[in-house]
Design a protein around this ligand. Structure first.
Ligand code: PMP
Length: 296
């Protein structure tokens, strides 16, 4: 599904066959989840393949590494160029790109001296599908920002996301909604949350969530569309009385939420602010990159 015998990945400065690449089973990342990664999307545009907000993703990757003391001194522009080459080599245009920074063999709990980077890419449809989601509030909360670096995209943090996803699916929902440790709305296992009330959008403030690049894009689009957005601490009751809601993320893009804990939102999706943002997002990511480069 992710690769075949022709697929190439980028590994520490070289392009190698995915099925010939090897790694060390004593890696600190494999044992302790101590590594960082990204999820990026490329789109076919009139001017060829464009990697959406490539720079922003690699800047977040570098920042994630820095935040958790992983030494990673790659240049962002180099990573951007390597990614474009990776897509060309694999003949991919509409693709999902997964860079992973992983550590050397080290069974201690001290920071590593050396790390590796691998970048892979594959064709992947919308991660949460294109139907409106039925979500359920998770019994798991997002990790407390005093326990981890919540704004870093760290491998080990995703155990929390996997537990919440399993629980939601076992309970018959499409996806989970996690609160923060104080009981305020936080985010999905792999997406940020927005909801609409009386013609205004609301989204949880930064501090207890991953600062999503799609979330930032939605804020930009809302400004262009003259939609007011408030960022703050919101309780689950505020979501329960909302007119509509949506999730957004690189893999999921912008996807409507039908219900929370089996309570349906009253607005028809096509009439929501989320639907407007969804259309604008879809157009933006597929816009020719000549135009994009001047604005982003
Ligand atoms: N929250 C979490 C926990 C995520 O894993 C993701 C996906 N990276 C997001 C939000 C959305 O972030 P982005 O828009 O940068 O993909």
């Amino acid at each position: 599904m992710y690769y075949n015998s022709n697929t190439e990945i980028y590994l520490d400065g070289k392009f190698v066959k995915a099925n010939e690449a090897t790694t060390d089973l004593y890696s600190q990342t494999l044992h302790y989840g101590y590594g960082v990664f990204e999820g990026i999307r490329a789109y076919a545009t009139e001017n060829g393949t464009h990697v959406f907000k490539s720079k922003e993703h690699y800047e977040r990757l570098k920042n994630s590494a820095k935040l958790i003391d992983i030494p990673f001194d790659y240049d962002v522009d180099e990573l951007v160029a390597v990614t474009q080459e990776l897509l060309d080599r694999n003949n991919l245009s509409d693709a999902y790109i997964r860079p992973l920074v992983f550590c050397d063999p080290n069974m201690t709990l001290a920071r590593p001296n050396n790390v590796s980077i691998m970048i892979s890419a594959w064709e992947w449809g919308a991660y949460l599908g294109d139907k409106q989601l039925r979500i359920g509030t998770s019994s798991y909360c997002r990790p407390h920002p005093r326990s981890i670096k919540i704004e870093a995209k760290v491998c080990g943090h995703y155990v929390n996301s996997i537990l919440a996803t399993n629980e939601a699916k076992d309970n018959g929902y499409d996806e989970a909604l996690l609160l923060d440790s104080d009981g305020y709305l936080a985010e999905g296992p792999g997406a940020n949350l927005f909801f609409e009330k009386n013609g205004v959008l609301f989204t949880p403030q930064l501090g207890n969530i991953l600062p999503g690049i799609t979330r930032a894009t939605v804020l930009e689009l809302a400004k262009e569309l003259s939609i007011e957005v408030n960022q703050g601490l919101y309780l689950p009751e505020e979501l329960a009385s909302a007119d509509s809601a949506f999730y957004c993320g690189t893999a999921a893009e912008v996807i409507g939420i039908k219900s929370i804990d089996n309570m349906e939102f009253p607005k028809e999706w096509n009439e929501t602010l989320g639907s407007k943002v969804q259309k604008a997002y879809s157009q933006l990511v597929r816009k020719s990159h000549k135009t994009l480069n001047t604005t982003h």
